[in-house]
Design a protein around this ligand. Structure first.
Ligand code: GLN
Length: 370
């Protein structure tokens, strides 16, 4: 067996609680961030590379991580974006012929520190009961006071602007330039599978930096606008919120996913709030209030749109409800061509129940273009 002498590691939570584990590989390491957990049984590479997780320490509840390696084309961005990984059993070997790397090589390429052999059930139960909080993972196990000091310096997720850390610096294009439709996407942390979904629907996408202006985006003359998923608190994203107000005012077709959904709510004067411990997994039930049908969805969010304020808003209606806790799952503007969801219709590897939302957006675009 590899790495019989792996270093001891700890997770120190903001409230002083400590959980124990071992460093993956034979390295020393340290990482900080908000500790959160994802209950997906598969899709670890997509989770680790999702820019929405920037600044978060990821606890995976699936007991085995790494056993099918990684494959470059399955990444949601250029590298791992979580700040660190906490898992139960880490597989140093993998058994998928198509894989191009082991998970360990993949994490090393992203310079990402991981710890395993953690009682993740106990840790997840603790977060569920006590809420999301900052944490530090480290092999410096005899220096608790020093680690506490470092942890105290980590900013609170509430109020934190992170989109600028993951957004593209320059605009770029995705898909076939001869496609029938053109969509301008604001990158506040966009996942590649959103771009792939547009490409599959005959769309050429131009992706703009998080602080792009309406003038910059509209100059390209797109058929529709898209606001992406992304990390951090939506409230400080002034530039994206103002841009959204203008797109809504001009009544261009507009679709938002997750952080993009939250930005649309704020642009309509509806508050967002930090949830107790958020939703992160690939089996979250949602009810579509228009059709009455249920969907199993992929979710990853720590903030949510205020339900009472949405219900009281004359311009906006709730279209989807997250059934686990009755929070807002999706909204649409009553008299504007604008809608959004808190969850992930682009989910990869799935579930794909919600992919009809991309078709709905295309229908809206086609109606305007016709
Ligand atoms: N996936 C996302 O876009 C997440 C949105 C936001 N950062 C949240 O945690 O709620």
């Amino acid at each position: 067996m590899k790495y019989q002498t792996r270093k001891k590691a700890i997770i120190l939570l903001e409230d002083g609680t400590i959980f124990h584990g071992k460093a993956v590989g034979d390295k020393d390491g340290k990482a900080v961030g908000e500790v959160c957990f994802n209950t997906g049984m598969t899709g670890y590479q997509e989770i680790f590379t999702d820019p929405s997780y920037y600044g978060q320490l990821m606890v995976t509840t699936n007991a085995h991580i790494g056993n099918y390696g990684t494959l470059a084309e399955e990444s949601e961005s250029d590298k791992a974006k979580i700040s660190g990984l906490i898992c139960k059993n880490f597989s140093y070997t993998h058994s998928r012929p198509a894989a191009d790397k082991s998970l360990q090589e993949f994490l090393d390429d992203s310079n990402l520190f991981a710890i395993s052999d953690v009682d993740t059930r106990a840790l997840v139960t603790y977060i569920r009961e006590n809420g999301a909080m900052n944490a530090i993972i480290s092999t410096d196990v005899d220096n608790i006071e020093g680690l506490k000091k470092e942890l105290a310096e980590v900013p609170d997720m509430n109020g934190l602007e992170l989109a600028s850390k993951v957004s593209t610096k320059e605009p770029y294009y995705f898909g076939n330039e001869n496609a029938t439709y053109k969509i301008a996407a604001l990158d506040v942390g966009i996942k590649k599978n959103i771009l792939r979904n547009f490409d599959q629907r005959d769309v050429y996408v131009k992706v703009f930096p998080y602080n792009a202006t309406y003038e910059e985006m509209s100059e390209w003359n797109p058929d529709g606008y898209f606001l992406s998923n992304g990390p951090g608190d939506p409230a400080p994203l002034d530039s994206a919120i103002n841009l959204t107000k203008t797109i809504i005012e001009k009544d261009h077709p507009l679709f938002g996913i997750c952080l993009g959904h939250q930005i649309i709510a704020i642009a309509n004067g509806i508050k967002t709030y930090k949830m107790h411990h958020g939703h992160r997994g690939i089996n979250h039930p949602v009810k579509n209030l228009k059709t009455g049908k249920g969907e199993i969805t992929s979710q990853n969010h720590g903030f949510s749109v205020d339900k009472a304020e949405t219900e009281a808003n004359n311009e906006v209606e709730i279209t989807h409800i997250c059934l686990n806790d009755d929070t807002v799952g999706g909204i649409a503007m009553k008299n504007k061509n604008c809608f959004s969801v808190q969850y992930h219709p682009e989910a990869s590897p799935g579930p794909h129940d919600a992919s009809y939302l991309f078709d709905e957006f295309m229908d809206r675009i086609k109606r305007v273009k016709a």
